[in-house]
Structures are given as structure tokens and as C-alpha cells.
Ligand binder design. Structure first.
Ligand SMILES: Cc1ncc(COP(=O)(O)O)c(C=O)c1O
Length: 390
């Protein structure tokens, strides 16, 4: 092998940061097979179990039979299908926005939308713990990046007072993907009004899972109509793949003309669009309400049980529950020891999280049973004690 590449890999390994993929067979259900062992899945974003829903599967199969397997091109070349537009109408109605635009993934959405809205001479205010795809989008835009301390809207106000000149954009995760807490959206709406900025919320982890109607963190805080760009993904609670921006009709037209990940990429295929459409419908039904209720009951139980066992869980109320371990090496030992006992929880290390804050990131699903979670908490507690995390 090329010696510089080997050297780099050795360096990553020495720092306890080597990443490898783990083979899972079967569907993303509460229990999966990993290395031929049955394990409880505690790290999937399939929060409502829709990735395994027969209605989504049937919709995908029917779409392949009717439309074939590919969209054939970028939407602006030959690829806009009625399914793209039907999905966008369904998203706009779900999110109560004037319009919506579908992207190929959350990463493609963030790296397409941000450079479409900000460029040289503009300023983007970004929460310090925002998802990597937001940071990539800002770097790609050439705009000035001003990071504010996590969820600290007072510090943001001071930074905006100093730096908000020309066009400015505030961008935040709705639910922070590695921390499980929620952005203070009402305060961010006030700030965007005071400084004439645009507000973009990436609700990849809130959409479908939070809010009475499942519209996400903005609905939860009563500010759904005040967010200029409400981005969300179909690959998590919605059990499919891809992403969207719920926006005004004017912004949708601008994104169609400026978002390079939209313009220069083959659009989502029929099977994916049809599954997403079915999911958007299901999350708005009573079945969706029931799945959200089950998810929030599981979340409450798991958070409280870990706290009662003595773990310090960062503040939050969502289905993402981290135990911050600190050391990357201990985090991975924790993850491996859990797996050996039949519990699959992924260790999260830098650069996904800041140095010194490696963690186990547990995610709950509506399909976990109470007995599953009782067993998990017992095992996490025993191993946590053994490794000195507790
Ligand atoms: C907050 C956030 N935004 C964006 C993404 C990227 O979405 P996708 O997986 O659809 O590319 C993720 C995770 O994958 C995420 O956690």
C-alpha cells in the first residue's frame, strides 16, 4: 500500500479513531443480526419503525412497476416526475409551508441550500454543535462563518450585533444529532427578525418524531411558520431516504436555480419517492400519533432509568440519549462490551463530536419493548461500572 496512506491510517488507529463498518443482516428493526448474533439495535435513526413498514415497501414496489428504477437525470434535464411534485406538495402541506423542494440527501440539501443563500461578503451564524453537513455547506459557500456557543442565543445576539452586516443567515440543528437537545427556536426567530437575517433549521431528527402532528422541533415550540428554511430528511423517522426544504415559493425557485446539489445530480428514484410519500402520509395519521407516543414513552423510561442508575445524561428530552465518556478508547471499549452482551450502541468520536467528548449515542425506537430497555439499562450500568464511567 502507498506509504503515506498507511502512515495516515496508522495515525488514526493510534489515536483510537479508526472507523470500520459493521455488517448487519436483515431489516433495521429493534433486533438485528450482527456477526450472526441477535442484538438489540440502540443506534438506528429509524425512530418510528417505518423503514420496516409494509405500506412503504408496497408503495416502493408499485412505483418501480409503474415508473422503473431510475429518474434518469437531474430534475432540470429530464428527471422531474409527477412523484417528485406529489412528494413536494405532501411535504408543503405537512409542514404548512408555501412550497417544498426535495433533495437527494440531508447532506446534499445542506451543501446545496447554504451556498445558494449566502456567499462572499455574507455572514452565516452557526451553532457550534451543528451537523457536519451544515459546516460543509458554509465552507462551500465562501461566506464568513461565525460560530456561536451551543444554544446560547444571548451570545448569538452579541455576535450578530457585531458581525451582522449585509446578508446574514442563522443556521441550527432543530434536534442536535449527537446531543439530543433542542435549539431555542423562539429566541432565534426573534433574533432573525431583529437583524433582518434568514433562519434555517435542520430538523433531520425532529421531523416525524416530535410535535403533536409530527412536524418537528418548530411545531413543538410553536414557531413552524417563522422559520424561513425548514430542512428535514426522509431517512430517519420517515423510514425512507432523501431530504427536503420547506420554504416559500420564491425561495424554492431560487434553490432550483442556485443549489448545485439539486442542479448537478440525478434526482431521487421512484421507489424512494414513493416510500417517502407513504411515510409523510402515515406520520399524519392516528397510527403516526401512536408511534410517536410509543417513542416518547420509551424515551422517558430510558432517560430516567439511566439517570436513576447514576449516569449524567446531558439535558434534553428527545429520543437521542448520549452518555459522554470522554476518552475515545474507553468509548469504543464500552461499545464493544455492550455488543458482546447483545446490545448494539455506536461509539461516537471526533471529528463527529469535539475532542474529549467521545460518547455512546443511544437512539430509541417506538418498536423497542419495555423488557428490551430494562435489559439494556442493566447491561449499560454493569459495564459502565466496570469501565469506571459510572
Ligand atoms: C442533523 C443532520 N443533518 C443532516 C444529516 C444528513 O442527512 P442524510 O443522512 O440524509 O444525508 C444528518 C445525518 O445523517 C443529520 O444528523
Amino acid at each position: 500500500m502507498n506509504r503515506t496512506i498507511q502512515h495516515e491510517l496508522d495515525d488514526i488507529t493510534r489515536r483510537g479513531l479508526l472507523r470500520t463498518t459493521r455488517l448487519i443482516s436483515g431489516r433495521q428493526t429493534a433486533r438485528v443480526s450482527c456477526n450472526d448474533c441477535d442484538v438489540l439495535l440502540l443506534c438506528s435513526n429509524n425512530y418510528l419503525g417505518l423503514a420496516d413498514h409494509p405500506v412503504l415497501a408496497a408503495a416502493s414496489i408499485a412505483a418501480i412497476e409503474q415508473y422503473g428504477t431510475s429518474s434518469g437525470a437531474s430534475r432540470l434535464v429530464s428527471g422531474t416526475m409527477d412523484l417528485h411534485e406529489r412528494l413536494e406538495s405532501a411535504v408543503a402541506s405537512f409542514k404548512q409551508s408555501e412550497a417544498a423542494l426535495v433533495f437527494n440527501s440531508g447532506h446534499a440539501a445542506n451543501t446545496g441550500i447554504i451556498p445558494a443563500l449566502a456567499g462572499r461578503g455574507d455572514v452565516v451564524f452557526s451553532d457550534r454543535l451543528n451537523h457536519a453537513s451544515i459546516v460543509d455547506g458554509i465552507l462551500l459557500s465562501g461566506a464568513r462563518l461565525v460560530r456561536y456557543p451551543h444554544n446560547d442565543y444571548r451570545a448569538l445576539a452579541a455576535l450578530m450585533e457585531k458581525h451582522a452586516k449585509g446578508r446574514s443567515l442563522i443556521v441550527t440543528d432543530g434536534v442536535f444529532s449527537m446531543d439530543g437537545d433542542i435549539a431555542p427556536l423562539a429566541e432565534l426567530v426573534e433574533l432573525k427578525r431583529s437583524y433582518g437575517a434568514l433562519l434555517m433549521v435542520d430538523d433531520a431528527h425532529g421531523s416525524g418524531a416530535l410535535g403533536e402532528q409530527g412536524r418537528g422541533s418548530a411545531e413543538l415550540q410553536g414557531v413552524g411558520n417563522d422559520v424561513d428554511i425548514l430542512m428535514g430528511t426522509f431517512g430517519k423517522a420517515l423510514g425512507s431516504f432523501g431530504a427536503y426544504a420547506a420554504v416559500s415559493a420564491e425561495l424554492r425557485s431560487l434553490l432550483i436555480n442556485r443549489a448545485r446539489s439539486f442542479i448537478f445530480s440525478t434526482s431521487l428514484p421512484p421507489a424512494v419517492l414513493a416510500a417517502s410519500l407513504a411515510a409523510v402520509e402515515i406520520v399524519q395519521t392516528r397510527e403516526g400519533d401512536g408511534l410517536r407516543d410509543a417513542l416518547s414513552a420509551n424515551t422517558r423510561f430510558f432517560r430516567n432509568a439511566l439517570k436513576n442508575a447514576g449516569f449524567k445524561i446531558p439535558a434534553g428530552s428527545t429520543q437521542i440519549v448520549p452518555i459522554v465518556v470522554g476518552s475515545a478508547v474507553t468509548t469504543m471499549q464500552f461499545s464493544e462490551a455492550l455488543l458482546a452482551e447483545g446490545y448494539f450502541a455506536q461509539g461516537i468520536r471526533p471529528p463527529t463530536v469535539p475532542i474529549g467528548t467521545s460518547r455512546l449515542r443511544f437512539t430509541l425506537m417506538s418498536s423497542h419493548t419495555h423488557a428490551d430497555l430494562v435489559g439494556a439499562v442493566d447491561c449499560i450500568t454493569t459495564i459502565g461500572r466496570r469501565l469506571g464511567v459510572l
